[in-house]
Design a protein around this ligand. Structure first.
Ligand code: NAD
Length: 474
């Protein structure tokens, strides 16, 4: 093993949920590893400006929502007083605790961590520039590129204004605006819209497609839409923002589409129209790595690029742009580098939207089955029939199984309801293990829990659900 500080067996560029697990596994497998990131500690967008801060704030939103709901059960809370400084400090503390923990794990594993910006000079050499502008050269045997993504912008709506924000600045929580327009009814728009609405902002959402969360099954989205109709001031579908301009006290927008009031003014505008892979500015043109038209690095099943000693994982390597998919890819890449026989071939990548209620799905969706003409049967169990959901006052939920009719194999699972993000893990296991509907039906689920809805959905498939009368036709 080389002790030369200018050379490493594995250079991992990017310390997010794709890069740091890869670096950790490589070190566990005995490789000499250098992890490079712009931040002082690993974590990436997920920990610093994404999943973790947003979920910290969404937890607060949930708590606030529950205090309102408690009024229906005879418990009145006074209107909450929100100390924004303390809320921000708690969010920072969560981030510091987790990134600090990762910093410790880097040390324990004897990984060399470099804070700086890495650029490929060729397929064996990186130039790393630190924040003071100092440069160093690092030679590597293998590299994993895990540089993630950044918020997409709308070219026709460029405006130099503090009122126009993206997910990063929204999470900084500079204040609680009176009104906010969220452009994009996807993951980020709905999650951050939920946070601000719970804190007291009048939130409006504009989505260019006919429904929220395009691509997700409509029956799941309906469960969420019903609640969001009460939480949000308005949801304008089939609508886009044609023009924006700063006016006194806000930004005026001109909306186009299915909308009554075309000109509206908002204190803040949050743009959440997708993310773009960070594949440029890395010097990849100095290697044989290939990038497709959408900016994603082309990889094979081992996540190896066209340059055989360079791998790419996470958002930069294609959709879905999800932290857990990045981690899995990172581990596959490292095992491939270690010479193990592995491939990235998941049957079920879970998707979770952490709104209230949460939406979660994995494997084949009903929407996808229709698009691809795949013959399926769908078994739905409404949470109105769940004892646990009733105790929680959360009958607004749905569990569905997508089943292959001939084999009775579970191909996909969908959930809408409180805690759906936790429940979907059972669905992932079922799909990955090629479980049959009878496996889910015959596995004893604890009572009273929401997990029973998965078992009862399997019973619905057989027309024999205990709590939902759904006789099998024909
Ligand atoms: P998204 O793709 O989920 O949603 C963007 C939405 O904006 C879409 O519904 C799209 O139709 C709409 N849109 C695009 N252009 C528009 C326009 N001009 N006017 C109106 N609407 C427009 O993207 P996102 O919400 O920005 O999130 C980016 C990515 O980050 C997601 O794809 C997801 O992979 C990831 N993410 C995941 C989570 C999670 O796992 N819970 C949370 C946040 C972000």
């Amino acid at each position: 093993m080389s002790k030369d500080p200018n050379s490493t067996q594995l250079a991992v560029v990017g310390g997010g949920p794709g890069g740091y697990p890869a670096a950790f596994l490589a070190a566990d497998l005995g490789m000499q590893v250098t992890l490079i990131d712009l931040e002082p500690k690993p974590g990436g967008v997920c920990l610093y400006r994404g999943c973790i801060p947003s979920k910290t704030l969404l937890h607060v939103a949930k708590l606030l929502g529950e205090t309102h709901q408690a009024a229906e059960w005879g418990i009145q809370f006074p209107d909450p007083e929100i100390d924004l400084d303390q809320l921000r400090a708690r969010k920072e503390k969560v981030v510091q605790q987790l990134t600090g923990g990762l910093g410790q794990l880097v040390k324990q594993r004897k990984i060399s961590y470099i804070q700086g910006r890495a650029t490929f000079l060729d397929a064996r050499t990186l130039k790393i520039q630190d924040s003071a502008g100092q440069e160093e050269i690092l030679n590597f045997q293998h590299a994993i590129v895990a540089t993630g993504s950044r918020p997409a912008t709308l070219p026709n709506l460029s405006l130099e204004s503090e009122r126009l924000i993206d997910s990063t600045s929204a999470l900084e929580l500079a204040g609680i605006p009176k009104t906010m327009l969220v452009i994009g009814g996807g993951y980020i728009g709905l999650e951050l819209g939920t946070v601000y609405a719970a804190l007291g902002t009048q939130v409006s959402v504009v989505e260019m497609m006919p429904g929220l969360l395009p691509g997700a099954d409509r029956d799941l989205v309906r469960v969420l839409s019903k609640r969001l109709e009460k939480l949000f001031h308005s949801m304008m579908l089939n609508t886009t923002v044609a023009e924006i301009g700063e006016v006194k006290g806000g930004i005026q927008v001109r909306l186009e589409g299915d909308v009554e009031e075309a000109e509206q003014t908002f204190e803040k505008i949050l743009v959440a129209v997708g993310r773009k892979p960070n594949s440029s500015g890395l010097g990849l043109e100095n290697t044989r790595v290939e990038i497709n038209q959408r900016g994603f690095v082309k990889v094979n099943q081992q996540r190896q690029t066209a340059e055989p000693n360079i791998y790419a994982v996470g958002d930069i390597a294609g959709e879905p742009m999800l932290a857990h998919k990045a981690t899995h890819e990172g581990l596959v890449a490292v095992e491939a580098i270690a010479g193990h026989k592995v491939a990235y071939e998941p049957h079920a990548i879970p998707a979770v939207v952490f709104t209230d209620p949460e939406l979660a799905w994995c494997g084949l969706t009903e929407t996808q089955a229709k698009q691809e003409n795949i013959s399926i049967e769908v078994a739905r169990f409404p949470w109105g029939a769940s004892g646990r959901a009733t105790t929680l006052g959360r009958n607004d939920g749905l569990t569905k199984l997508i089943i292959e009719p001939q084999t009775e194999r579970v191909l996909g699972v969908g959930l809408a309801g409180a805690g759906a993000g936790e429940l979907i893990a059972e669905g992932v296991l079922a799909v990955e293990m090629a479980a049959l509907a009878s496996d889910l039906r015959l596995s004893i689920h604890p009572h009273p829990t929401l997990s029973e809805t998965i078992m009862e959905a399997a019973e619905v498939f057989f027309g024999q659900s205990t709590h939902a009368y759904r006789p099998k036709r024909g």
